[in-house]
Write a protein that binds this ligand. Structure first.
Ligand code: NDP
Length: 316
C-alpha cells in the first residue's frame, strides 16, 4: 500500500504510531517500524538523558525509519532538539505549539518535520512554516486535543482541501475499516495511538492496558478545555476535575487540582483513580492486548477488505 506518506518516510505501510507520553518508548517504536510502519518515541515525558538512551536503544533495535515526537510545551525543549540532532534522528513530529518556532531550525539540520494540528488555521501555518506533512487530529483522539471539537470525519476533508502537503489522519482510528474511511476522505496515511497502548511493547502500566480493554462506550471525555484540552478516561480524578470545570472554577484552581505528574501517576504507575488516563474514544473497540506487529498486519488486511467492500457497491 503506497501513498505520499510511505514515499516521504521510506516505509512499507502508511501507518504511523502516535507519540504518546509514558506509553511509547523505544520498544513500541521499534516494533512498529520493524513491522513496516513508522514508530514514534514520545519524548514529552522523558528527561533529556532518558530520551538519548531511548533513541540509542531504538537505533539498535531497528534499521528502519523511526521518529521522535516533541510537544512544544516541553520545558527544556532546546535540550530535546539538540539531542535528536546529535543522535541523527531523521524525522520529528512536533505538537502542542506553533509550527513556526522550530521547523526552520530542524530543517536546516536535515530533519523531516511533521506537525500535529486540529484546525485549518494551524494547517495553513504548518504549510507556511515549511513542514513536510501534517497530522490532522480529530475530536475522538486521546490526550492533547483541539478546542474546536471537530471530528475526524469533518476535519480531514477540510484539511485536505486547504493544503497541498501530505495529510496523516488521526483520532478514532483503531481498525482497518476506520483506516479505509480516512483514505476515502483524502488522507495519505493514518496515525494510530490508543490501539498501540494495548500491546506488550508499550511502556504503559499493565493496569492501564487492562483498563483500556474493558472500557465502555462513553468512558472518555474531552476535559480541561480552559487549561490544555485533553481526552481522559473516566475515573475519580477525571470526574472531580470535570465537576470543577462545570462549576466554573478558575484556571488557577483547576491547575492546582491537576498538580504535577498526574499523567505519570495514571499511565505509567497504574493509579487508575488518581492519575490521568489519556486515551481516545476508540478504546471501547479495543478488546485485546496483542503485539504491535500483529496490529499493523491486521490494520492493513482489514483496510483492504473494507476498500473491497466499498468497491462492491460500484458493481451492484
Ligand atoms: P506535568 O507538569 O504534570 O509533569 C511533568 C512530568 O514530565 C513529570 O512526570 C516528569 O517526570 C516528566 N518530565 C520529563 N522531562 C521533564 C523535564 N525536563 N522537566 C520536568 N518534568 C519532566 O506535565 P504532564 O505530565 O502533564 O506533561 C508532560 C509533557 O507531556 C508536557 O511537555 C506536555 O506538553 C506533554 N504532553 C503530551 C501529550 C501528547 O498527547 N503528546 C499529552 C499530554 C502531555 P518525573 O515525575 O519523573 O519528574
Amino acid at each position: 500500500m503506497q501513498t505520499r506518506i510511505t514515499s516521504l518516510f521510506g516505509i512499507q505501510v502508511p501507518i504511523i504510531q502516535a507519540g504518546m507520553i509514558w506509553c511509547s518508548g523505544w520498544e513500541l517504536a521499534s516494533a512498529v517500524s520493524n513491522a513496516g510502519g513508522l514508530g514514534i518515541i514520545g519524548a514529552g515525558s522523558m528527561y533529556p538523558n532518558v530520551l538519548r538512551d531511548q533513541i540509542r536503544k531504538c537505533k539498535a533495535a531497528t534499521s528502519k525509519p523511526f521518529a521522535v515526537n516533541i510537544p512544544l510545551l516541553y520545558p527544556n525543549i532546546e535540550e530535546h532538539m539538540n539531542t535528536i540532532v546529535e543522535e541523527g534522528v531523521k524525522i520529528v513530529f512536533t505538537s502542542a505549539g506553533n509550527p513556526a518556532t522550530w521547523t526552520a531550525w530542524l530543517k536546516e539540520r536535515g530533519l523531516m518535520v511533521v506537525h500535529v494540528i486540529a484546525n485549518t488555521k494551524f494547517a495553513l501555518k504548518c504549510e507556511a512554516a515549511g513542514v513536510d506533512a501534517i497530522v490532522a487530529e480529530g475530536f475522538e483522539a486521546g490526550g492533547h486535543n483541539g478546542r474546536e471539537e471537530t471530528t475526524t470525519l469533518v476535519l480531514i476533508p477540510q484539511i485536505v482541501q486547504a493544503v497541498k502537503i501530505p495529510v496523516i489522519a488521526a483520532g478514532g482510528i483503531g481498525n482497518g475499516a476506520q483506516m479505509a474511511a480516512c483514505f476515502a476522505l483524502g488522507a495519505d496515511g493514518v496515525q494510530v495511538g490508543s490501539r498501540f497502548i494495548a500491546t506488550p511493547e508499550s511502556s504503559a502500566h499493565q493496569a492501564f492496558k487492562d483498563r483500556i480493554i474493558t472500557s465502555a462506550e462513553g468512558d472518555t471525555k474531552l476535559s480541561l478545555k480552559t487549561l490544555t484540552p485533553v481526552r481522559l478516561l473516566r475515573n475519580q480524578f477525571a470526574e472531580q476535575i470535570q465537576a470543577a470545570e462545570a462549576a466554573g472554577e478558575s484556571k488557577e484552581k483547576l491547575a492546582e487540582m491537576l498538580g504535577r505528574g498526574r499523567a505519570k501517576k495514571g499511565m505509567f504507575e497504574g493509579d487508575l483513580e488518581e492519575g490521568e488516563l489519556e486515551v481516545g474514544q476508540v478504546s471501547s473497540l479495543i478488546r485485546e492486548i496483542k503485539p504491535a506487529a500483529e496490529i499493523v498486519q491486521e490494520l492493513i488486511e482489514d483496510c483492504k477488505k473494507a476498500i473491497q467492500r466499498s468497491l462492491k457497491l460500484l458493481a451492484e
